[in-house]
Design a protein around this ligand. Structure first.
Ligand SMILES: [Zn+2]
Length: 207
């Protein structure tokens, strides 16, 4: 492997920094990932070498400079990605245990109408499964065994099934609009302020 890229010197922006009680010029490097900065006051070293010694990965240009913290963070992400595909293979489908059965029974006691022989609206096997975070098949099994038919209106069940994620998404959107609207209210008075300032300057310039 050739070492030649190390010899290629980058030009870094210079800034005056406080050093003790005086201001001295220093080369500045900025992390392209997190925006943290480091300075190199004149030590006699090349800027590149100095920043590398301090743990920076010095790229061909500013967009490729990475601080030591961000370099540490990267491999962790890779490890997580590699583990993910393995996980589903290892995990066998869980069987319904005594405790699962009890939790489902308790919930069905609450949401199943014994007299009517169906769920109370808007409950369904799917809704109970979502609510408890258990497979829908378990809910159906316990219901069939100890309660009764699912009942209800299949069309309405389908409607509930399809509308739930949309309603959740709309709630998210509403929330994000609320935040944007608050931000807008903060900025609005400053717009008129800027407009007034603009008109005043226009007048003073005699346009
Ligand atoms: Zn960084």
């Amino acid at each position: 492997m050739s070492n030649s890229p190390a010899k290629m010197q980058r030009r870094f922006p210079r800034e005056a920094i406080q050093y003790g009680d005086k201001r001295i010029p220093a080369a500045k490097i900025e992390c392209s990932k997190c925006g943290s900065v480091a300075y190199h006051p004149d030590t006699g070293l090349n800027d590149d070498d100095y920043f590398r010694k301090k743990g920076w990965s010095v790229g061909r240009g500013p967009a490729a400079d990475v601080c030591s913290e961000c370099q540490k963070r990267r491999p962790e992400l890779k490890v997580v990605k590699m583990e993910k595909p393995e996980a589903p293979k290892v995990e066998p489908p869980r069987e319904m245990g005594r405790e699962d059965r009890r939790i489902i029974t308790d919930k069905l006691d609450e949401v199943y109408d014994d007299k009517a022989g169906s769920y109370k609206a808007p409950w369904t096997d799917a809704a109970v499964s979502r609510d408890l975070g258990v497979p829908r098949a378990w809910v159906s099994e316990v219901r069939e065994q100890f309660f009764g038919p699912e009942g209800g209106n299949p069309e309405f069940d389908a409607f509930i099934e399809q509308s739930a994620p949309i309603i959740a998404e709309m709630k998210n959107m509403a929330n994000s609009l609320r935040i944007q609207s608050e931000r807008f209210k903060e900025l609005e008075p400053r717009i008129s302020e800027l407009e007034r300032m603009g008109r005043r300057i226009e007048r003073e310039l005699g346009r």
